[in-house]
Design a protein around this ligand. Structure first.
Ligand code: NDP
Length: 338
């Protein structure tokens, strides 16, 4: 059973060598009388939050924090090989919280959903139909209270979450602009995802000026994925009663000293709602989300770009690549094809 282990706690930017690959010879089996499930992992999701679990815990430990010498955990699509739980049987395809290894023996409660629709790529359950999809949907509509025709800005816009935020907002007749870190990504935003505008934040010496160019009348909803300088410039450009669903701040995850936001008082001047959220609070929306999104995928009205890495050996590189922007679209790691 090949596994990806955390070698030691990480400070600063993560490196491939912070993880190592081992072969475990322990034979996994569901013990008699147990309600566990034995899974064959097929596709693993590479997610920015995983970096935060590599920190040495300070204060009360987060139960999900990684332990040196143990496999990483994360979202994935798996096939049930053996089940001690009445809700699952051999051959079921599921998605939920698993480990970075070929086979996992886990409590059935780690499975979030049985996969009922297999006419779409199975990898989609790590992205558009999985955690990042629910995040974009809940963040924009529930937390961001998006209204038709509003002006929307999203950062990390070509990524797993961002590409959907933009498309969902466009479906609501909104004006949407996204920022990303390469020409290829900026082009994708306009040509593939139908954004109204896009810019490369690395090539804009003055982010405030870039935002004023794209939003002369200001921003109603800023879907926050990166934090730092981008958030600071956005605050100057928010409209009165704007909303900022705070999804993530990837630009800060590897810094030992977080960058200051100097324009925070604009939250008051403009009565902006800045609200953090976690997708974990929104899984009850999953059936409604599938009803909304599956027909749009089938009709080609929403598209999804994935960046596929093959084999657990390439897992560390794929994960670390999120923090230098190597991934174009949702980063998926293939452990095995079904
Ligand atoms: P992506 O697929 O967008 O991958 C990460 C991207 O972030 C990179 O490709 C890179 O793109 C960009 N990036 C990396 N470093 C920086 C930096 N210093 N400044 C600006 N951009 C940077 O990831 P996801 O879509 O999965 O995640 C996006 C955000 O959403 C993250 O902050 C994540 O933590 C958060 N998140 C929050 C959830 C919640 O429940 N609140 C759930 C899921 C995700 P580029 O080339 O454009 O720089």
């Amino acid at each position: 059973n090949k596994q990806v282990l955390l070698r030691d706690y990480v400070t600063g930017f993560p490196k491939d060598s912070d993880m190592n690959i081992v072969e475990s010879t322990i034979k996994l089996k569901v013990p008699d009388g147990s309600s566990d499930v034995l899974l064959k992992n097929l596709y693993l999701s590479c997610d920015p939050y995983m970096r935060n679990l590599m920190n040495k815990p300070e204060g009360p430990p987060n139960p999900r924090s990684y332990t040196p010498g143990s496999p990483l955990t994360g979202y994935g699509v798996s096939k049930v090989l053996e089940s001690g739980h009445p809700d699952f049987k051999e051959g079921d395809l599921v998605w939920g919280f698993t480990k970075w290894e070929e086979y996992s023996l886990l409590p059935a409660a780690q499975i979030l959903f049985k996969i009922e629709h297999t006419d779409v790529p199975l990898t989609y359950y790590t992205g558009i139909l999985g955690m990042p999809g629910v995040t974009a949907y809940a963040g924009l509509f529930e937390v961001g209270s998006l209204k038709k025709g509003e002006k929307v800005f999203v950062s990390a816009a070509s990524g797993a979450v961002g590409q959907l935020v933009g498309q969902f907002a466009r479906l609501n007749d909104c004006y949407v602009v996204g920022s990303a870190g390469t020409k290829e990504k900026v082009d994708l935003l306009k040509n593939k995802f139908g954004f109204d505008g896009s810019f490369n934040y690395k090539e804009e010496p003055d982010l405030d000026a870039a935002l004023k160019r794209h939003f002369p009348e200001g921003i109603d909803v800023y879907f926050e994925n990166v934090g730092g300088k981008t958030l600071d410039a956005v605050l100057l450009n928010m409209r009165v009663h704007g909303r900022i669903p705070v999804c993530g701040m990837i630009s800060q995850y590897n810094l030992t000293q977080h960058e200051g936001v100097t324009n925070l008082a604009h939250i008051i001047y403009k009565r902006v709602r800045l609200q953090g959220f976690n997708f974990l609070d929104f899984y009850h929306l999953y059936p409604k989300f599938l009803e909304f999104l599956l027909p749009k995928i089938r009709e080609g009205k929403v598209v999804y770009v994935e960046d596929i890495a093959e084999d657990l050996d390439n897992g560390p590189k794929a994960l670390v690549g999120l923090f230098s922007g190597r991934n174009v679209g949702k980063q998926v790691l293939v452990v095995a094809h079904e």
